[in-house]
Every structure is written in C-alpha cells, then in structure tokens.
Ligand binder design. Structure first.
Ligand code: SF4
Ligand code: SF4
Length: 443
C-alpha cells in the first residue's frame, strides 16, 4: 500500500494550524524536506513535548515521507534554544536512512510559518499564492510527521497533545482523545483561576476566542494544539472582542499611515507585495487597487498585536477584504517577489520574549514539563479538521463504535480527512459538524 493511502486511511492532517490533509502533500518533485519544529506561538509546548518523548516517531515519519516522495535530504527547522528537543532528535537521527540536518533558528515569531521557515532554511521566497514545491520544498510539521509514522503502523489519529495553560491551576500538556471538550481539558489542568474567562483555542496570536459558556460543547480537533484560559478583562480578550464596525470606524479615523504594520509584516519582509498600510488607506479613501494586497495576508497578527502604535487591526481589515474579494471571484494577481524588501529582515524579526511581554502573558510558563493522560466520558468529534470538506458521518445515534473505527468519511482524492472514533462507546448525537460519543466499557 502506498504511503499516501496509509496516511489517508489514518486521517492525518497538518498540525501546524491549517489542518491540510497530509496525503495530498505526498507527491514527488521536491528536493528538500523541511520539518517545522519551531512551535512559534507563545506559551504552546505540545510539539516540544512530542519531540522529547517520541523522537523515533518523528525520524521514522521523515524517513517514510522522504522515501515515498524520493526526497534525498531533510532539514529540521528548530529554535536553537530547544536544547533537549534537539538532543533527542539528533540521537534518533543518527540511525536514519537519509541525511537529516538541523537548522537552528533564533527565537522569533512567526518562525514556524511555512513560508517564513522555508526562507530561513533556504533563502528562497515561495511566490505569493504559490506552494513550497515552487521552490523545491515539501514542508511538514513535526507532529504531523510523527502521525505519518504511526499511519505506517496502521494507527489512525485518535489522540493528540494539547497545551492547557493561562489562568488555570496547573498548566500542563494533556494527552487527550480527539474531540475532548474544552471543559474536560481545563479540568485536567486543575480548573480555572479567574471568575470570568475566555477560551483561546490555539495560540495567543492566531487562536480563536470562545466564550466560557461554550466549554462543554467545544470539541478539540486534530489540529487544535493549544487551550489558553484568559480572564475576560485581559487586554488581549478586550482587544479581540471589539465589534467589527468599531474596528472599521477606528481604521477610517485613526490610521496615521506610519507604515509600521508593513515594515514589520513577515510576509512583506520575504518579498511579497503585502503592504497592510495601503489596505488601511484604501479603507479610508476607497483606493480599490490597494485592496488586493490583503489576499497575501497569512493572519499572523503582528500588525495588530505588536506593530500598530494606534491600536488598530490591519489583520482584521485584511480578513474582511479577503472575504469580499474571494466572494467576488478575485485571486492573487501579483505573484512577483521583491528581494530588495528582505534586506532589513534580520533587524525586524519579532523576538518571542518581547511579544510575550506585549501580549501581557508573562505570568504564564513558557515551558511545561508535566503530562496528564485524559480519558473523558464523552468526546465531541468535529467532522472537519482543517481546510477542505467535512467528513460525512457514517454512523447513527445509538451505534456502538470502537476506538479507531471510521465515523465520518471523505472519498479518496477529496480535500478532507477521515474521522475515527476516539473512544469506545455509543454514539449519542450526529450532526453535520460533529459526532458525540459516550464511553461504554473499559478505558
Ligand atoms: S501601523 Fe497602524 S497607524 Fe501605522 S499605517 Fe499601519 S494601521 Fe496605520
Ligand atoms: S496579519 Fe498583518 S503582519 Fe501578519 S501577514 Fe497579515 S498583514 Fe502581515
């Protein structure tokens, strides 16, 4: 059986955030495999825990991908100060069937962004709207790589590590079945320590904010590696809670066109013609030709959470404009790369420590050592785990299911991933976007 088929059968999706179906990436052509081991969102430690605990799986996944895609060498992009993780991977890599090098990164955000990491390792810019393969690279997250190794052993993705931190009693990594609710994850970390709170699903820069009342029904998916509890009064929560009409009104009245958002934009600094200050200006004066820049935005959040001295939200404007342009059928037209823009890059990368201070997160640990294995009574499995189509439920309420059984299907070739039961028990609820399973029998 091909590796792509094994990975499809196991329902592996990219763990770096977007949840891209991994089997779609497994094609020949690239000359270099780059593994993203940067884990760049502040406070998250799930990838680091995996690297320390399962380095052999990471290396086995690299070997499998390289063999299937005929890639002669691999580079692991990892922060230089992840000393224990580097040591664990180096020891495992000595027995590898291909050369595996380590590219030690400075500690900056967003070092793990696919295109930023490729630039760091190769000096090449993926063209706007292009793919890593355009510059001869296949890029894969480190947890995804371990899941590929497990797929070769016939093990589907039914569990994952989630970093649970912030305003909780005992921040920890949780080894949890896919679909574990936010409420159970928070309980595994000792419960909240603040009376009113918001749940950040993901990292503080790109994560989605959810009200506390959603905790019992918010099932964590295959690509959800972080849960941060923040007080409802935390500045980050207050900032993200602004209604869009207020954000728009502030854009139109307060942007001073200082260009700081553009000067610090990581995609601009690898040569893309993404100039958020022009989008902001266009929102003021209707210069429509500048709006197309928004299509290049990866929504990293630097412009709104760090760069802008006026507290404005270029990222949110880009999101708004992108949705409108895509609804109108627009696509990226300017695919040019401007290498002159990269000259200042080394001085404009955003140090992680400064970012944590700016976000008001210094009270929380940047390294987490503990692991809690969680076996909850119920899981609420999302049927979609990233880009592409949702899985189509193939079970009904009342059905008995076992761990690893397919409960939502996609067809081979479709942009999507199979979903497997993560508990042995009974299906209690089936909806287009989720399947609830209640435990029956042993753990
Ligand atoms: S940094 Fe803020 S004020 Fe300056 S151009 Fe960008 S949006 Fe406008
Ligand atoms: S969110 Fe802002 S800084 Fe990040 S890519 Fe988009 S425009 Fe650039």
């Amino acid at each position: 059986m091909s590796l792509a088929q094994q990975v499809f059968d196991a329902g592996v999706v990219g763990d770096g955030g977007a949840g891209f179906p991994t089997y779609k990436k497994l094609v020949t052509g690239p000359e270099l495999l780059i593994i993203d081991a940067a884990e760049c969102e502040p406070l998250l430690g799930s990838d680091k825990y995996l690297m320390r605990s399962s380095p052999a799986d990471v290396v086995a996944g690299i070997e499998a991908v390289a063999a299937a895609c005929q890639i002669p060498r691999a580079v692991i992009g990892i922060k230089a100060h992840y000393a224990r993780e580097i040591a664990a991977l180096e020891a495992a890599a000595t027995r590898a069937s291909l050369p595996i090098a380590f590219h030690r990164l400075d500690s900056f955000y967003p070092a793990g962004d696919e295109q930023i990491l490729i630039f760091e390792v190769t000096g090449r810019t993926v063209p706007p709207g292009g793919l890593p393969a355009d510059v001869g690279v296949l890029n894969m997250n480190v947890t995804t790589t371990a899941n590929v190794a497990r797929a070769t052993r016939g093990e589907p993705v039914t569990r994952r590590y989630v970093t649970v931190t912030g305003a909780v009693a005992a921040p920890t990594i949780v080894d949890a079945p896919v679909g574990t609710t936010a409420a159970d994850l928070i309980a595994a970390a000792g419960g909240v320590t603040t009376p009113e709170y918001v749940i950040v699903r993901g990292g503080p820069m790109m994560g989605k904010h959810h009200a506390a009342r959603e905790a019992a029904t918010l099932g964590y998916g295959k690509a959800d590696g972080g849960l941060i509890v923040l007080s409802a009064s935390h500045p980050l929560v207050q900032f993200m809670a602004k209604p869009v009409d207020r954000v728009l009104a502030e854009t139109q009245s307060m942007c001073i066109q200082c260009r700081a958002c553009t000067d610090l934009c990581p995609r601009y600094l690898i040569g893309h013609q993404l100039r958020p200050h022009r989008v902001m200006r266009a929102m003021q004066n209707g210069a429509d030709e500048a709006l197309a820049d928004a299509l290049l935005c990866c929504e990293c959040g630097i412009c709104e959470l760090y760069a802008c001295p006026m507290g404005l939200s270029p990222r949110q404007m880009n999101v708004l404009v992108k949705a409108q342009l895509r609804a109108a059928g627009a696509s990226i037209a300017d695919r040019s790369v401007h290498t002159g823009q990269t000259a200042e890059r080394a001085y404009r990368r955003l140090p992680q420590s400064r970012l944590i201070e700016r976000l008001g997160l210094t009270a929380y640990p940047t390294t987490i050592e503990s692991l809690v294995r969680l076996d909850p009574e119920t899981v609420r499995l999302p049927t979609r785990h990233g880009v592409g189509v949702a899985g189509r439920p193939c079970v009904a309420a009342g059905d008995q299911v076992s761990v690893g059984q397919v409960v939502a299907e996609v067809s081979p070739g479709e942009m999507g991933a199979l979903v497997h039961a993560s508990l042995t028990g009974r299906v209690t609820d089936v909806a287009p976007d989720h399947i609830t399973i209640r435990r029956e029998g042993g753990r």
